[in-house]
Design a protein around this ligand. Structure first.
Ligand SMILES: Cc1ncc(COP(=O)(O)O)c(C=O)c1O
Length: 437
């Protein structure tokens, strides 16, 4: 047996990581990033709204038949909402708080859908009063809450598609199978509530292009069957979110998924309003986290570096979603050869990266190959835009990590590329890095 084939390829030589390292290097050397670090210190999140805009354009180009509604829950930052609002994107909300974030900035309610399958009656009343008309339901009690709603209200019945290989398989908590779906449509009909169509979520961070197409095809087939059997006509198909982002390896891109979805959706595009609620894919790559080393220790299992952000803060995605953002040491970023590949890491060693809290589960990454780091050394993680600040906590009394705007997209009313983190401008926590225009 050739033992060399069993040896693990040094993770750091993979082309994907080299590319991400080069991007991180370019970002950290910008004036805006340096200014953000100078203003805020670390930890600091660097958000480039221009990348959100570019991602939206990519989605539009790949799936021109689909109307996109950004899932605000992924990153509810003002700059993200502004850039998508100006680009004409719709929005998907899960709560009254998210709805208010949008209505306060003047987003028309006709561009907003409410897709949480379980809502308090007061929340429904508020959304209806604001003018929202598209809602998701997946049980009889929820349908009953819509008795007497305006006639143009469009309910979507949420279907469940199992995706155990998604990082977050949402089907265990929400959605129904085809038989229950048929029963719910009938029950809505007898309650005088209109079911306009169906929605589903294939599971978040689902790196499986055929699954997206299969879920759409299955739903369209079910819609046809129910239309014939119940003598109804549906007009809306909501294909949800789920598109993956690239963390520690390259995930399927928008184009690969769209190429399989287009032929399934195209025959129905004339008669159906086909919508989607992407969150992660819109924002994940638009934000990077800069931390610094605040502690170094030799433990029984080797070198440990303690960072000033962790699982209870911006790296909450590691805890809640089991995703693994790359972590690069600034010291390492310039160490590439003429072709942008990393030079052999002679002086590197495997280390554990821990977060700053007293909790022993606060470990960001293990077995990271790093140079010898000193207190104060900077580290940077790309792909930190989705489900990071929004799920961060203030455990141990630690403040939320500020968000600084970098890149070329101009924040309306802002003179500088870097804006200080502000006090919360509204009901959402400081973690959003809300900036006050
Ligand atoms: C109802 C609904 N829509 C959209 C999304 C966004 O999904 P993703 O970020 O995977 O695109 C989620 C995520 O949990 C969701 O629950």
């Amino acid at each position: 047996m050739n033992l060399s084939t069993l040896r693990r390829e040094p993770r750091t030589t993979r082309p994907y990581e080299d590319r991400r390292r080069a991007e991180a290097s370019a970002l950290l050397s910008t004036v805006a990033a340096r200014a953000a670090i100078a203003v805020h210190g670390t930890p600091v999140l660097l958000l480039d709204p221009g990348r959100v805009q570019a991602q939206y354009r990519r989605l539009r180009a790949a799936l021109p038949l689909v109307g996109f509604h950004y899932a605000v829950k992924a990153l509810a930052h003002d700059a993200v909402l502004d850039v998508l609002d100006s680009a004409g994107c719709g929005f998907d909300v899960a709560t009254g708080e998210e709805l208010r974030l949008l209505t306060r900035r003047g987003v028309a309610a006709t561009r907003i859908i409410h897709t949480h399958p379980i809502k308090k009656p007061a929340e429904i009343a508020e959304a209806l009063a604001a003018g929202v008309r598209v809602f998701v339901v997946d049980n009889e009690a929820e349908i009953a809450k819509f008795r007497g709603a305006p006639a143009d209200t469009r309910l979507l019945v949420r279907l469940a598609y199992r995706s155990p290989h998604a990082k977050s398989d949402l089907s265990s908590k929400f959605g129904v199978g085809p038989f229950e779906a048929a029963r719910l449509v009938e029950s809505a009909l007898s309650a005088g509530v209109r079911v306009a169509g169906f929605s589903y979520h294939v599971g978040s961070q689902l790196d499986d292009p055929p699954r997206f197409a299969a879920a759409a095809a299955d739903t369209l087939e079910l819609m046809g069957i129910l239309e014939r059997r119940l003598d109804v006509r549906f007009d809306t198909l909501d294909i949800g979110g789920g598109l993956p982002a690239s963390y520690d390896s390259e995930a399927a891109g928008i184009d690969a998924i769209a190429a399989l979805l287009r032929p399934v959706l195209a025959p129905h595009a004339r008669r159906l309003d086909i919508i989607a609620e992407p969150g992660r894919v819109m924002v994940a790559e638009a934000m990077s986290l800069v931390t610094s080393v605040v502690g170094v220790a030799e433990r029984a299992d080797g070198r440990w570096y303690y960072l000033d952000d962790g699982l209870y803060g911006s790296y909450s995605n590691v805890l809640t979603e089991d995703v693994h953002p790359l972590v690069f040491a600034e010291r390492d970023l310039g160490a590439t050869d003429a072709r942008g590949r990393r030079r052999p890491p002679d002086d590197h060693r495997w280390a554990t990266l821990a977060g700053p809290t007293c909790d022993s589960s606060d470990v960001v990454a293990r077995e990271v190959l790093l140079p010898d780091l000193q207190l104060g050394d900077l580290l940077i993680s790309p792909t930190m835009g989705a489900y990071t600040t929004v799920t961060a906590t203030r455990f141990n009394g630690r403040p939320f990590t500020p968000v600084a705007i970098v890149g070329t997209w101009a924040v309306p009313g802002a003179a500088a590329a870097v804006r200080p983190a502000a006090a919360p401008a509204d009901g959402l926590p400081v973690a959003e890095g809300q900036t006050v225009p």
